[in-house]
Design a protein around this ligand. Structure first.
Ligand code: VG1
Ligand code: CO
Length: 545
C-alpha cells in the first residue's frame, strides 16, 4: 500500500446545488479539482473506516477517469470495499438500490443528469448516504465548508489502473474492488414491485411501446427488462447505447428535447405507449399515442391507481410533491384520506419523509417520480408502473388521464425556462420580486385573477426540524391558480429562471384547451409582476414544457 498525501489549495464554488456539484468538464479536468471535492466528502464522513462505498455514473465523458481516481482515493481513505458498476456505469436509482440492498455505507454518483455531456459539456458528482438517498442539506453544506479549508488529499498511488469493464474482484492497496453487474440488483427490485406476467401478456397481445434511452445510462436497464424479461420486441428501446456525449443531445426527457420519441408517438401507426429517461435515468416522460402528459398529472394518476400494482397493493401512507409541482396529487391524497406533503425542489427533501414512513409516492414537476422502493426518483420504475397500469386496466394512457380529469378536475400546467440570463440580472429580478411581496396580496390582475397571498416558500422538515428558506417566490391566486418563480440550482452557465404556471379547471367541458392558451392570463401576469423581459433582455422563454 502506497498512500500519498498530496498538498492542495481550495477551489471556490464547490457548493453542491439542487443535486450535487455540477460544472463544465473542463473545470473538473483541472488538477486536484475532483480530488479536493471527493476528499471534502470523505472528511465529513469519519465513520467511513472499514465500510463499503458504491460507485458508478451515467457514462458521460470523464466518467471513466473519475472512477479510477475515486477508487484510489477510497483505498487511501480507509474504505474496505468499493462496489463499482461494470463499465463505471450505474444509474442514479440503481446506486440507491445497491446501497440499500447490500447495506453499503454510501455511494458516489458521477453524473450531471439531464445536462449535456462530452468534452465541452457538463460533469457532476454527488454523494448518497446510507439510506440510499441524496445527502441532505446539512451534509452538503458541511462538504462545502470542508472544501473551502482543504489543504491535502489522500490517494493510493502504486497500483495499476483497475479493469472495471469485466465482472470480478480486485485488490487496491488493501481495499477490495468488486465490479458488479449494474442492472441485476435493480431488475430484481422491479420484479418485486410489478406484475411482470401481466406486462408480458400485454406485449404478447400485440401492444407496442417505444422507450427512448436518449443515449444515456438507462439503455442497458431498459433493454434487459423491457426486451429481455417482458418480451417486448427488439427495437422497443431506441438510443439504447450509452454514449459519452449522448449523441450531442440534451439527455432531458421532455417534449422540447425528446423530439425523436415525440415524433415516433404521433400518428395512427404509433405505439400505444412511450417513455423516456434522462442522463442518469432518474427522470421519466410518459406518452400515449398522440398524447403527452405532465409529470404532475402522472404522479396524480399513479397515486389514484396505485393499489392495482403489486408493490403498492396495501395502499399509500402519503404523497409528497415539490412545491412547484401542480396540486393534482393533493386532490387524490384528499380523496384517499392521506397527507400530501409539500417540499422544496430537489429529491433530497423527500428522504426524511420516506425514511419515517410518511410518504409512499413522491414527485416533481421536472419529470421526476419515485417511491419508497429507493431514495431517488426513478425513470424506468415510473415507466414500468404505467405499463403495469395499462396491463392491469386494459385502458390507454389517454383514457386513464381523461378519466382522472373528469373525476378530479384538470390542473393546466406549464414551466417556462429562461436560460442563460446573466447572474446579476437574474438576481436583480428575484430581489425585486421579493421586495414587492408585501404589496402583492389583494392585487387584482384582471382576467378574473386576484392575488390572495404572496410569499417566499420556506420549509420546516417535519422529521428533523431543519429549516430551508428562500425556496421560490409564490403568487397564490384566489381561484387556486399559482405562479412560482425560482432560479435553477443545477445549471453551469449564467442563471436559469424557472416560471411555473398552474390553473385549475373543474369543468370537463373545458378540459381540451391548448395549455399555453389556458395559461395565457397567468403568463402575462408573470411578466408584468416580475419584469422578466425587462430584466433578461429576452423576448421569450428558451424552453417551454
Ligand atoms: C432541477 C429540477 C428539480 C430536480 C433537479 C435534479 O433542479 O427543477 O426538480 O430535482 O433538477 O434533477 P433546478 O434547481 O435546476 O430547478 V436531475 O434528474 O437533473 O438530478
Ligand atoms: Co437525472
Amino acid at each position: 500500500m502506497t498512500i500519498q498525501t498530496i498538498p492542495t489549495r481550495p477551489f471556490p464554488g464547490q457548493r453542491p446545488g439542487t443535486s450535487g456539484l455540477r460544472k463544465k468538464v473542463t473545470v473538473f479536468q483541472q488538477a486536484h479539482y475532483l480530488e479536493n471535492f471527493v476528499q471534502a466528502v470523505f472528511d465529513t464522513l469519519p465513520e467511513r473506516e472499514g465500510q463499503t462505498l458504491v460507485l458508478g455514473g451515467d457514462g458521460r465523458f470523464h466518467n471513466r477517469a473519475a472512477v479510477q481516481t475515486i477508487l484510489r482515493m477510497a483505498a487511501a481513505n480507509g474504505f474496505a470495499r468499493v462496489l463499482v458498476g461494470r463499465g463505471g456505469l450505474l444509474s442514479t436509482p440503481a446506486v440507491s438500490a445497491v446501497i440499500r440492498r447490500r447495506g453499503a455505507f454510501g455511494g458516489l454518483i458521477l453524473s450531471a443528469s439531464h445536462n449535456p455531456g462530452g468534452p465541452d459539456g457538463d460533469f457532476g458528482i454527488k454523494y448518497n448516504a446510507t439510506n440510499g438517498g441524496p445527502a441532505p442539506e446539512k451534509l452538503t453544506e458541511a462538504i462545502y465548508a470542508r472544501s473551502l479549508e482543504i489543504e491535502q488529499y489522500r490517494i493510493e498511488s502504486a497500483s495499476e489502473n483497475i479493469d472495471f469493464d469485466t465482472l470480478g474482484t480486485h485488490t487496491l492497496g488493501g481495499m477490495r474492488v468488486e465490479v458488479i453487474d449494474p442492472v441485476a440488483d435493480y431488475a430484481e427490485l422491479m420484479q418485486q414491485l410489478f406484475d411482470f406476467d401481466a406486462m408480458r401478456a400485454w406485449f404478447a397481445a400485440g401492444h407496442r411501446m417505444c422507450f427512448d434511452a436518449m443515449s444515456a445510462v438507462s439503455g442497458p436497464y431498459a433493454r434487459a427488462i423491457l426486451e429481455g424479461q417482458l418480451g417486448a420486441p427488439a427495437g422497443t428501446v431506441i438510443n439504447g447505447e450509452p454514449l459519452e456525449d449522448f449523441g450531442g443531445h440534451h439527455p432531458d426527457p421532455n417534449p422540447a428535447h425528446a423530439t425523436e420519441l415525440i415524433a415516433a408517438m404521433s400518428g395512427p401507426g404509433a405505439p400505444d405507449f412511450g417513455g423516456a429517461s434522462d442522463g442518469d435515468a432518474d427522470r421519466n416522460m410518459i406518452l400515449g399515442r398522440d398524447f403527452v402528459l405532465t409529470p404532475s398529472d402522472s404522479l396524480a394518476v399513479l397515486a389514484e391507481h396505485a393499489t392495482r400494482v403489486p408493490g403498492y397493493r396495501a395502499g399509500l401512507v402519503g404523497i409528497a410533491r415539490s412545491m412547484p409541482t401542480s396540486r393534482a396529487a393533493d386532490r387524490v391524497a384528499a380523496a384517499l384520506g392521506i397527507p400530501c406533503h409539500e417540499t422544496p425542489t430537489g429529491w433530497k427533501f423527500f428522504g426524511n419523509l420516506l425514511d419515517a414512513g410518511q410518504a409512499t409516492l413522491c414527485g416533481e414537476e421536472s419529470y421526476g417520480t419515485g417511491s419508497n422502493h429507493v431514495r431517488e426518483k426513478d425513470g424506468l420504475w415510473a415507466v414500468l408502473f404505467w405499463l403495469n397500469l395499462l396491463a392491469a386496466t386494459g385502458r390507454s394512457v389517454e383514457e386513464l388521464v381523461r378519466a382522472h380529469w373528469a373525476r378530479f378536475g384538470r390542473h393546466y400546467y406549464s414551466r417556462h425556462d429562461w436560460e442563460g440570463i446573466p447572474s446579476e440580472r437574474a438576481d436583480a429580478l428575484m430581489a425585486g420580486l421579493r421586495a414587492s411581496l408585501p404589496t402583492l396580496a389583494g392585487r387584482d390582475c384582471g382576467a378574473g385573477l386576484s392575488i390572495e397571498a404572496a410569499d417566499d416558500f420556506a420549509y420546516t422538515d417535519p422529521v428533523d426540524g431543519s429549516v430551508s428558506t428562500r425556496q421560490g417566490v409564490r403568487l397564490l391566486f384566489a381561484d387556486g391558480s399559482r405562479i412560482v418563480f425560482r432560479l435553477s440550482g443545477t445549471g453551469t452557465e449564467g442563471a436559469t429562471l424557472r416560471v411555473y404556471l398552474e390553473r385549475y379547471e373543474a369543468d370537463p367541458a373545458r378540459h381540451d384547451q391548448p395549455v399555453q392558451q389556458a395559461l395565457g392570463a397567468l403568463i402575462r401576469i408573470a411578466d408584468e409582476i416580475a419584469g422578466i423581459r425587462r430584466h433578461s433582455g429576452m423576448d421569450a422563454p428558451t424552453v417551454v414544457t
